[in-house]
Structures are given as C-alpha cells and as structure tokens.
Design a protein around this ligand. Structure first.
Ligand code: GLC
Length: 556
C-alpha cells in the first residue's frame, strides 16, 4: 500500500518516493499566507540557559519553523553567552531614559545583531553603553554571587530599557504574532499597548507564563526612569502593592496569556498558586484571555533508539534489552551494587524549594531504610539541599547517590533509570517527565500542574498528592512525605510485576509529546482565533496522513 500511496502522491506532482520523505515534506508545510512570529525571551538553548524556559522557547520556535511558520527569537545581548557569527544588521534603536521634570536626561543606544548559527534565527539587542557606564546586560560572574541576567541592583532598568527598544524593533517590522516569555519581557506588552492607543498597527501579543512565582517587582521610581505614561501605574495596569510588576504588565496588556499546562492555568486562579495575582487570572479567564497549552519536547533529542554521545545502549518499545544493559553500567559507574532486581529511581532537578526537596529528602530517607532501592539525584541550586543530599548518601552508601547537575549524566539517568521522580509542590509544566516517558522510565510525580496533565495514574506513571499546609497554603511537609513514600512503595510493587511494568513502560514510550503535535493541536488554532482568520497550509498538514491512508484501501 505504501507504493500505491507514493504513486498517487507522485501524480499530484509531489516528488516523493518513500513515506519517510513524505513526512518530512509535510512536516514543513508551506502556508498560503506565511505567518511571521517573534518570540522574545531572556534565554534560549545553547545560548544562555537556566532551566526549562530555554528548552521551551527554542523547542516551540524550531517546531513552528518546521511547520512553515516563520519564527525568530529576540534576546538581550549578554556579555557572557554562547552565540557565534553575530552580524550587525545596521539597525539602531535609541531609548530615552532617566526622565525627570518631563524630559529625558539620557539616551540608551541599542544595536540589532543577528545570527543563523543558532537552532532558530536569533536577533540580539545589544546595549552600546558609553564609557564609564555599566552595560545593561553585563552578566559576567562576580565570584560566588553569580548574577545571571544583569547587574542585580539595576535589573529593572536593564529590562525596562530593553523592553522599550524591543517594542520599537517590533513596530518597525511586520510580525503577525509576538510571543513574550515570562516577567523579563512583560513590559513590552505595555509599550505595544501604548502604540496601539496611538493608532499604530501592532501585532497580536501573546504572553507565555512559565512560572508565576517570578514576577519582577521594582520601586515606583522605575516609572519615572522609563518615562512611562502614569496611566500604567494603577491597578488597571502594572501597579502591584505600590510597585511596578513586570509579570502583571505582560498579563494585563497582552491579547492572550497562556500557561505551559492546562492544569496550571486553573491552579493560578486560586490564592494557593496565584502568587497574589489569582484575582487577575480569574478575570482573564472569564474574558477568554487565559489558556493552558502543555509544553512539548524535541523528541529526536531524547529518543532511546537513537545514537547519543556517551550513551552506549539503544532500545525500542519492542526490545528493552539495551535499557537493562545501560542500567548495570550506570550502577557500576556510580559505585552502586550492580543489581538488576533493585529498582533505580532517578531525580534530575533544580535544587529549589518549588521542587519539593523539603519532603522528598525525608521520603527518600524513609524508603532507603525500609527497602532495597537505589536513588540517584542530580541537581544544582540551594546549598542547604545539596548538604542534606550528601548527608543522605553518607547514611545510605549502597542506596543513594548525589551528584551536581551535568547534561551527560541527565541523559544517562533518563535513558537507563527505572523510575523518574518529580515531587514539585507546583510545576507549571515540567519537561523531564516527557523525556522519561519516551525512555520507558516511569514517572512517579506529584499531582500538580503539568505533571498531572502528562501522567495518568497506573497508566503511564504514578501520581501522589501534595497535602496543603496550614490555611490551605503551600504544603504540609510531613504529610506529603508520607504520600511520596507510599508512591515509592507502589512503584517497587510495580517493578516486581514484570507484566505491568512492561505495559506501563511501553505505553509511555509510544506517547507523542513532540512540539509538532502540540503546534498542530493547539498553536495553529490559537493563532487563528487571535488573528481571526483561517490559516490554510498550501500542503496538507501532517495530521491528515491517516485520512489520506484511509482513502487508499488496504493502507497500513
Ligand atoms: C519553568 C517551569 C517549568 C516549565 C519551564 C518551561 O521552568 O518551572 O515547569 O517546564 O518553565 O516552560
């Protein structure tokens, strides 16, 4: 039947020989009216990265390009980052700052640079500071107190000035849609709103919320520094308890906001997760301006059947031998007893309170005393958790390992581990559970945000509840540790039931969490709704493949 399909397609003028090339061709559908999208973000994979934000931005932007939607990323130009082949576009943007008595006392100059050496074409706004002046994005480390994005004392001014220049850049082009990401980009929405009020043509503005807990709050004096119209500094604007709130600006002034999972979009409408903005979130939801779209992943990068440097063994859902071999070598490498019958739990996580370390460390201690298990945790962050994890390793030398985060170790653990643990008390989306699912490493996760949207209890993983703390806030550490221990016990039982274990693994491995599936299922429709027009691909989109097959009797 494949032959038939190829022949038939050939008659339609497409030079296709194999179904593989068909998929490639369809995956890059050209659109009758090509759409232009700009994503603005402080991070991007391979350039500057603190965590999931960079992966999510690059993955979505690359996925959109693959689907024929022309997408670029705009970032600040950091003094310390990895970016090659930067070319000066010759475009300059001047931003007036330090406003007092109705006039600007300073001009901040920005140059627009561009590179195609990144996965997604990327533009950088470089602050051309004068002598003696600090660069807005001088993020070179200062000893132990590493400042990540910009000099901390003036980070509001840095991103404030960047936002003005970014808005000017956007207005000088013809993007259809701009996607802003997290608090650092929120003020751009206020500037674009200002332009819209003045009758200028402005693209549709989407604000992506990766984490409500980081809002970017600065003293009222920033309004004057940036020379903003005072109308913004009010409840119906970006004012928040007497301060300028960048995140609120993004939420208030964008046409649409979305969180990186549907569940999180509901959670942040409650005081427990809304970080003070739950009222605004309820309002946006009532106005149809709040959505949830679960993150995706670049599946090829995590596919266990593919070669990946440092990973010796490969496997497929049909044959998991390579997973078992990889596990024994991993146990040996970490100087853990090489025992196939002992389940290997892995955790790869920022060492932050959000991630549930308060109760997870206690829960690991309890299960390690009680059962034959192995736990390998990798991560960077809070020293207090690092110390406790190292202490745990000392107490359980044959069962627990802690290592600093490293990309190659993350890849190994994800591919060869038995269970993946994330017990965050809130998790906007999470990405590692998708990597784990694809690798047959069963997620044991808290029923929160994106974890709850991607894990179905006893189908592809296990969920445990976070017990709220006093007055329904946060979490109760002791009660939640008990829930986690119970989930670990259940996972151990599943590990002993080889049939169920295999079923759950294979089910997870066969799920499609790729960015292209998310784009086809959600983003195209979201753009259509916003632009109020149907986006028609010139070629059939990939999701019509099954229907095409149906049209040819006998299709596989
Ligand atoms: C943040 C969130 C995480 C999400 C990531 C990318 O890091 O905490 O849940 O996956 O952003 O959207």
């Amino acid at each position: 039947m494949r032959m038939n399909f190829a022949k038939k397609t050939f008659r339609h003028g497409l030079r296709l020989v194999t179904t593989a090339s068909l998929t490639v061709l369809l995956a890059s559908a050209a659109w009758a009216q090509p759409l232009k999208v700009l994503m603005v973000s402080p991070e991007q994979s391979g350039v500057l990265q603190s965590g999931g934000l960079a992966h999510a931005v690059t993955g979505l932007a690359a996925g959109l390009n693959e689907q024929g939607i022309k997408t670029e990323v705009l970032m600040p130009h950091f003094l310390e980052m990895k970016a090659q082949d930067l070319k000066d576009t010759g475009e300059r943007f001047e931003t007036s700052v330090d406003w007092r008595e109705g006039k600007a006392h300073k001009i901040s100059r920005f140059s627009l640079l561009k590179t195609d050496a990144t996965k997604v074409p990327t533009l950088f706004l470089r602050h051309d500071h004068r002598e003696g002046e600090t660069n807005y994005f001088d993020n070179r480390s200062h000893g132990a107190a590493k400042v990540f994005y910009a000099p901390e004392a003036a980070i509001g001014e840095s991103f404030g000035a960047f936002s003005k220049a970014a808005a000017d850049y956007i207005l000088s082009k013809n993007y259809d849609v701009v996607i802003l990401n997290d608090w650092t980009t929120g003020l751009i929405a206020a500037h674009l709103d200002e332009a819209r009020q003045q009758g200028k043509t402005v693209p549709k503005v989407i604000f992506a919320i990766h984490n409500m807990a980081y809002q970017g709050m600065f003293p009222k004096s920033l309004v004057e520094f940036l020379g903003h119209n005072p109308r913004h500094f009010q409840v119906e604007g970006y004012e928040f308890w007497g301060q300028v709130n960048f995140l609120k600006a993004g939420l208030h002034y964008s046409d649409l906001s979305y969180t990186v999972s549907d569940r999180y979009s509901k959670e942040i409408q409650t005081p427990r997760f809304g970080a003070g903005l739950d009222g605004l979130m309820r309002r946006l939801s009532a106005e149809g301006r709040l959505k949830g779209i679960l993150n995706g992943i670049t599946s090829e990068e995590w596919d266990p059947s593919r070669e990946k440097s440092g990973l010796k063994h490969r496997f497929t859902p049909q044959d998991l031998t390579g997973k078992a071999l990889g596990k024994s070598e991993l146990q040996a490498e970490l100087a853990l007893p090489v025992q196939a019958e002992v389940p290997l739990f892995i955790m790869t996580s920022r060492l932050a309170e959000q991630k549930g370390l308060e109760y997870l460390i206690d829960a690991i201690d309890v299960i390690a005393k009680e059962r034959a298990v192995q736990f390998v945790v990798i991560g960077n962050g809070d020293e207090r958790y690092k110390d406790r994890l190292l202490e745990l390793e000392k107490q359980h030398p044959t069962k627990v390992r802690f290592r600093d985060f490293s990309g190659p170790m993350e890849a190994k653990l994800t591919r060869y581990g038995d269970f993946f643990v994330n017990g965050a008390w809130f998790e906007p989306s999470g990405l590692n559970q998708f990597f784990a699912l694809l690798n047959g490493t069963i997620p044991v996760v808290s029923a929160a945000g994106g974890l709850m949207d991607s894990v179905k209890h006893r189908q592809n993983g296990l969920l445990f509840e976070i017990q709220p703390g006093a007055n329904g806030e946060g979490y109760d550490s002791r009660a939640t540790a008990e829930k986690a221990v119970n989930a670990f016990r259940e996972a151990i039982a599943i590990y002993q039931d080889k049939k169920l274990l295999n079923e759950m693994r294979v089910r997870g491995m066969k799920e499609d969490h790729s960015w292209s599936s998310r784009i086809r299922a959600h983003f195209i429709e979201t753009f259509e709704e916003l632009l109020n027009r149907k986006l028609t691909p010139a070629l059939p989109a990939p999701n019509v493949i099954p229907a095409c097959r149906d049209a040819f009797p006998g299709a596989a």
